[in-house]
Design a protein around this ligand. Structure first.
Ligand code: BG6
Length: 464
């Protein structure tokens, strides 16, 4: 018996997304997403000017990749369907090349005893819909629900775990507040509308899924950042952390699981006069179509203190209500600049147990990005990434603690399987169990962490 033993059928695996792995190839009939468009417009915004067409060549190499998943112990694996691959204009004809590709990819996973977890939206708005407003527009919600239904009908006979959206807060933050996603504007009113439409679209897709009576489950994947106040005995710090939590976590967590929006957020939005445009029965749709499975992406916490700096002079912003607190002596990932706080994963799981009906959940992303990891490559091509093993084991110990205390956590997926392209960061931060040499046609090599993960998955646990 292992010291950290996990329940039978625990999901061991990792996550990727379509746009970060597949690549774009002549004749594949893929339409542009906002990323393809933005890169063509402004390559200088992308790290080393590497754009989304390069990625890791999975469109061509998925069979080899599935073997690598096996060799690194996966019994489950998440990727996403690219909306702009399946329906190049977002709301028009279905691309039969994409249908063939996703069918073959899904079948290959199943043939290798790896359960496919399929996500529908991972930051990748088809450009032709973005030109009409993207998530700002109600028409996009309708187009998304049609797209979701097409996916369920095409692949739902074999895919049993569906997710409507990955990290829906990120397009809100990145596109409309802090300018790291297209359209990179600063507009809180639009940000609120976008977040509202993403919530509504998710509920409508869940409704569509249930109407089809397929044999499977549907959920959402949220990046949760536990908000810790600087001083738990200072009511102003505590209040600030509650507002920060409402903006960045509960804005999606509450509607997804409880079917309602947090009152703190409603109060702020009303006070600002920024309630989104909505239709009469929207709130009923959200109330009635909550998720049955939650994916939790956890990377780092947020340390929060009462607002000390001046508010933004021109435009209201979430951070008018709190400041970030630079806690001394926190443990850092020296390569990515994010705090490492393993206990955060336990706090999240216990919060779900106590305040969200102990919903079935799993860790759907957790990982350690390392800049310029190639410097650690040995002569034989291997990478001794002991720091990643420590990172994963450190978090798994806390997942184990939460399990002992009754958490309904069903698995652990790392970000990521095979080093992949990341939005404007391109190949800067490497996260994979397997390295990729992008200058050498994407040659793959399993890292030490990948071999270690296989022993953990095979033993369903580990000793220290
Ligand atoms: C996660 C996203 O939050 O962070 C991924 O779901 C992303 O899509 C990952 O690649 C790592 O991001 P970065 O910026 O460190 O490359």
């Amino acid at each position: 018996m292992m010291k950290y033993n996990f329940p039978k059928d625990f999901w061991w695996g990792s996550a990727v997304s379509g746009p970060q792995t597949e690549g774009v190839f002549p004749g594949d009939n893929k339409g542009d997403s906002t990323w393809d468009y933005w890169y063509k417009q402004k390559p200088e915004l992308f790290f080393d000017q590497v754009g989304p067409e390069k990625t890791s060549y999975t469109y061509l190499r998925f069979k080899e990749d599935v073997q690598l998943l096996k060799e690194t112990g996966h019994n489950s694996f998440r990727t996403s369907i690219q909306w702009s691959r399946l329906i190049p204009t977002g709301d028009g004809e279905v691309n039969q090349d994409a249908v063939r590709f996703y069918n073959e990819y899904i079948d290959e996973l199943i043939a290798n005893d790896i359960e496919p977890f399929i996500n529908l939206y991972h930051f990748d708005m088809p450009m032709s819909l973005m030109e009409k407003g993207g998530w700002e527009s109600r028409a996009t919600v309708e187009a998304y629900v049609r797209y979701a239904k097409i996916c369920f009908e095409l692949f739902g006979d074999r895919v049993k775990k569906w997710f409507t959206n990955n990290e829906p807060i990120v397009p809100v933050e990145g596109g409309y507040l802090y300018q790291f996603h297209y359209p990179a504007i600063v507009d809180l009113r639009k940000a609120i509308q976008v977040g509202y439409h993403e919530n509504l679209a998710s509920a409508m897709a869940i409704s569509a899924y249930r109407q089809l009576n397929l044999d499977g489950e549907i959920g959402i994947i949220l990046n949760l950042t536990p908000s810790y106040p600087r001083d738990v005995n200072n009511p102003e710090d505590v209040k600030a952390s509650i507002i920060c939590d409402a903006f960045f976590n509960r804005s999606f967590l509450d509607p997804a699981i409880k079917g309602t929006f947090p009152q703190e957020l409603i109060d702020i939005v009303k006070e600002l006069g920024m309630l989104p445009e909505y239709e009469a029965n929207d709130l009923d749709i959200i109330k009635e179509n909550t998720v049955e499975l939650l994916g939790v992406n956890y990377y780092h916490p947020r340390r929060v203190k009462a607002k000390e700096t001046p508010k933004n002079p021109l435009i209201p912003m979430p951070d008018d209500y709190f400041d970030m607190y630079d806690m001394p002596n926190k443990k850092m990932n020296p390569y990515r600049g994010w705090e490492i706080y393993e206990r955060g994963v336990y706090d999240l799981l216990i919060n779900l147990r106590d305040n969200y009906g102990n919903i079935p959940c799993f860790i759907s992303e957790n990982g350690m990005g390392v800049e310029n990891e190639a410097r650690f490559i040995k002569e034989d091509g291997s990478i001794e990434d002991d720091y990643r093993i420590d990172f994963v084991a450190g978090h798994l110990r806390y997942v184990h603690d939460a399990l002992q205390e009754g958490s309904n956590v069903k698995g652990y997926h790392m970000w990521t399987a095979i080093d992949n392209w990341s939005w404007t960061n391109a190949y800067k931060n490497r996260y994979g169990f397997v390295s990729v040499d992008i200058d050498n046609e994407g040659k793959r090599t399993i890292k030490k962490s990948g071999h270690w993960f296989k022993t953990v998955a095979d033993n369903n646990g580990f000793d220290n």
